[in-house]
Design a protein around this ligand. Sequence first.
Ligand SMILES: [Zn+2]
Ligand SMILES: [Zn+2]
Ligand SMILES: [Zn+2]
Length: 229
Amino acid sequence: MKNSDFFEKANFQSLIEADGNDRIQEKLNVIDVFLSTEEHITLEEMLRLLRQEGYDFDSGFVKHCLHRMVELGFAQRKQFEGQPIRYEHRHLGRHHDHMVCTKCGKIVEFANEQIERLQTEVAAGYGFHMLQHRMEIYGLCSDCCSKRNPLIPLAMAKPGETVFVREVVGCRHKQGRLASMGLRAGDRVEIINNTGGGRVILGLQNTRLAVGRGMAKRIMVSPVQDIPG
Ligand SMILES: [Zn+2]
Ligand SMILES: [Zn+2]
Ligand SMILES: [Zn+2]
């Protein structure tokens, strides 16, 4: 156990002992296991880690422990879009933000002084005294990007993404087919909605277009990589 973890555990122990003597040792076993991982973990993952260490606690008890750790400032509860509730350490005096891969679910932590300062400045510019903030970047992680084909069917594009329309495949009157949907090769469109079964909703300049799922599988697009200059 790291020195800092040892201190966290002792700190937690003194606070929960003040609450009363209910299952103290078991709660300490839970925080031990929690401190031993650096991941953002779900209740299920926490239960699995505990079982690996030989603890067979029921999920209600573990959930209670996690809530207590959050209340007492040892853990933070996080819910990223499209993901279950997760818990991570709360290190006093240290702050970080997150990038979340919408494909594989990977969570990357980052800290950037300029972003932190800018947020405070922007808030102050509106006469707003910032107490806290949530900064989450959603996208594709480097692994998922490198596995991605440069030309993908529109049906595979992700909401929030900007793509260039390239061509229609498996169709004789290609340009005509695109034009009938209000699209042209080279158009830059934003994916507004693309949820599994239904139509894909696109933003083209100031118009929203709906493309049927079947057609969306045949329109090839290339994702725009915006690198700020
Ligand atoms: Zn931040
Ligand atoms: Zn990924
Ligand atoms: Zn984190």
